[in-house]
Design a protein around this ligand. Structure first.
Ligand SMILES: *Cc1c(COP(=O)(O)O)cnc(C)c1O
Length: 350
């Protein structure tokens, strides 16, 4: 704590990302994709005209927004891009949720949401998950300044079908509903088609997980023109160029390789279900997952014990010591070989 920090900064509780270890570990803790990005990405980087780097990039990222628009069947004016979806979320919180009425969010969801609330001094109210660890959409009710949740949710893995999001939107029409679809490509159902009829719906997405580009930092939002314009107002008051020239070229190449994308997502989902079967055989309870991770606990072992035992055996998973989640492990889906190592290690411990 420094006296040189402004009072608001002293009061912050920053988000703590999953560890990026230096030693070689089987790394199943941050939901990265185990497969490399499209080969088209390497080609783009080889072909880059470095002379162009003396120029600023296009502040409106038009080419990238056109590609994302085509990918999602919307107009380019309905797309916003940023330096990772974390940044897009931060812009959205500032653009739509800084108001006197409380923001509603699930008690268990992406732990960055309360961090943004603190940063922007946004009042919020949490809604408990139901007894199956699913978001109780019907409980998002009453006077509110907006709603935010991940769908599929993290770290629980459950996703609501589009029809249920539509039902929520039929009730909530005068505040922004933000659906974070970081994991939707692993078996979820996207709410993007609802954007056409719901000017208060904002859907965010990322190239970090299903496109294997966490290191690139590219996220986006899709919504009505008025919501996108709101995001642009914040962006243009903060940083005119959040997406650099290289990120833009790489992202376009990755988005255009739909075959590679589909193959990798399918492989991750197949490995996930195989891993589920192995975990169940070992006596684990495994929540249903439409994501690239499994959320699981064992009736006889504390989460902390399992986490530490795996770490000793060179396997890193995520453990949350809060909100009644402390017996669970969140295990990212790696390659088949990595998951075999995980199961072998668990067999030795149980
Ligand atoms: C990983 C993740 C993000 C962040 O994605 P980036 O684009 O890498 O910033 C956002 N929301 C959820 C729920 C995530 O799991």
């Amino acid at each position: 704590m420094s006296q040189l920090w402004s009072p608001a900064v002293r009061a912050l509780t920053p988000y703590v990302p999953g560890e990026q270890p230096r030693e070689r570990l089987v790394k199943l803790n941050t939901n990265e994709n185990p497969y490399p990005p499209s080969p088209a990405v390497a080609q783009v980087l080889r072909d880059i005209d470095t002379e162009q780097l003396r120029r600023y990039p296009d502040p409106d990222s038009r080419a990238l927004r056109e590609t994302l628009a085509e990918t999602h069947g919307v107009a380019p004016e309905q797309v916003f891009v940023g330096n990772g979806s974390d940044e897009v979320l931060a812009f959205a919180f500032q653009a739509f949720f800084c108001q006197p009425r409380p923001l509603l969010m699930p008690a268990i969801s992406y732990s960055f949401y309360p961090v943004y609330c603190k940063l922007y001094d946004i009042a919020y109210r949490t809604v408990a998950l139901d007894d199956r660890w699913e978001i109780a959409l019907d409980a998002f009710d009453g006077d509110n300044g907006g709603v935010v949740f991940a769908n599929p949710n993290a770290p629980t893995g459950h996703g609501h079908p589009r029809a249920e999001i539509a039902r929520l939107l039929s009730r909530i029409q005068d505040s922004v509903v933000l659906v974070d679809e970081a994991y939707v490509d692993f078996g979820g159902e996207s709410a993007v088609p609802l954007v056409a009829d719901h000017p208060n719906l904002l859907v965010t997405g990322t190239l970090s997980k299903s496109r294997s580009l966490a290191g690139l930092r590219l996220g986006y939002a899709i919504g009505s023109r008025e919501l996108i314009e709101g995001l642009e107002r914040v962006k243009n008051s903060f940083n005119s160029y959040p997406v650099d020239m290289l990120a833009s070229a790489v992202a376009i190449a990755a988005l255009n390789d739909r075959e590679h994308f589909k193959r990798c997502c399918q492989q991750v989902m197949d490995t996930r279900e195989e891993t589920r079967r192995s975990l169940v055989e070992l006596g684990f309870e495994v929540l249903p997952s439409q994501t690239n991770f499994l959320f699981t606990r064992h009736p006889q072992f504390a989460g902390e014990t399992l986490f530490a035992g795996l770490r000793e055996r060179g396997i890193l998973v995520r453990h949350f010591n809060r909100d009644g989640l402390s017996d669970f492990l969140r295990i990212s889906i790696g390659t088949d070989e990595e998951m075999r190592e995980l199961i072998t290690a668990l067999e030795a411990m149980i």
